[in-house]
Design a protein around this ligand. Structure first.
Ligand code: DHB
Length: 304
């Protein structure tokens, strides 16, 4: 039994896309049965369309990838008119990632998504690294993070769970997790990318137009598993959507054993666009091989 939930929202599969890596799901359609995913977690949407940061916006590293997209996207109007109906027509649940620079932006986005067909819930991206200053990263401060989450929870559809996406770039992720959970978060998405920088030895300048970027892929996996572990140990009742460098079912299993009740696959889809379906299959096999008859039994097992 691979069923699970995001807070109050039931999921047929514990494997989701990760925000930002599969846009709004359309590009994956030739490779996977989108309706078989737990949900498509959409690229973060803002109130207005944005063109993003200067190019280049991606740099490969030995075990991961650095990006500085800068929240490029269609804006909420575009999403409501185009991508969300496209997913709903296909019966693909959408977990919509929202982003903004002010608390009110997040609240307005949540209000606009109330009752929209197919919108299972909201992932609140308070941890985008590609902003002008670190002061704008709400997730690096428990008070700022809670303000966003409580405004979103108040504005959002009560039937839509609100997950806060946390940054690993903090000294104590448990204090941020506790703060947002007290502010009303129904769950936590962990982790967003780590802030990184790559310098080209030939030009002797930063590779990315935006200078710094978010590191993702296998390089960050142990950091992500550690974050999930610490937060689940401190707050065992808070549901966790785990992500960070998941490429295989055994990678996903680590997140589940650490305390995640669902996982997102992001960077891996660039090399293998059917990775989500493969991870689902491999995770199911790995759980069965270890004697679990359901995913739920395995959640947090490493702590027991
Ligand atoms: C962007 C947002 C993120 O949350 C992230 O981890 C990386 C990039 C962006 O749109 O720039």
């Amino acid at each position: 039994d691979m069923t699970t939930a995001l807070g109050t929202a039931p999921l047929g599969s514990p494997v989701l896309t990760a925000s930002g890596c599969s846009a709004f799901g359309q590009e994956l359609e030739p490779f996977v049965d989108l309706a078989g995913l737990g949900a498509v977690v959409t690229k973060s949407v803002q109130l207005r369309p944005r063109s993003g940061r200067p190019t280049p916006r991606m740099a490969e590293t030995p075990s991961g990838m650095l990006n500085s997209i800068g929240l490029q996207g269609p804006g909420i109007e575009g999403l409501l008119a185009g991508e969300l109906p496209w997913l709903a027509q296909r019966g693909v649940p959408a977990f919509v990632s929202i982003a903004g620079t002010r608390v009110e932006d997040f609240a307005e986005l949540a209000a606009r998504l109330r009752g929209v067909p197919g919108v299972l819930g909201l992932e609140v991206n308070i941890s985008c690294p590609n902003v002008e200053s670190r002061g704008e990263v709400f997730a690096c401060d428990p008070v700022a993070a809670s303000e966003v989450v409580s405004a979103v929870r108040a504005a959002a559809d009560p039937a839509q769970p609100v997950y806060a996406k946390l940054s690993p770039d903090v000294t104590d992720i448990v204090s941020v997790a506790r703060a947002v959970s007290e502010a009303g978060a129904d769950g936590l998405s962990m982790i967003n990318t780590l802030l990184g920088l790559v310098i080209d030895p030939d030009t002797m300048k930063p590779v990315l137009g935006g200078v710094t970027g978010g590191l993702s892929g296998p390089a960050v996996r142990p950091v992500a598993v550690r974050c999930v572990w610490q937060v689940h140990a401190a707050l065992p009742e808070v549901p966790i959507l785990g992500m960070g460098g998941i490429r295989t079912g055994l990678d996903a299993l680590q997140f589940v054993l650490a305390g995640a009740s669902a996982v997102s696959v992001g960077t891996a889809v660039f090399h293998d666009p059917s990775a989500t379906a493969r991870v689902h299959r491999e995770l199911a096999e790995a759980l069965a091989a270890r004697g679990f008859s359901s995913l739920r039994e395995a959640v947090g097992y490493a702590h027991r």
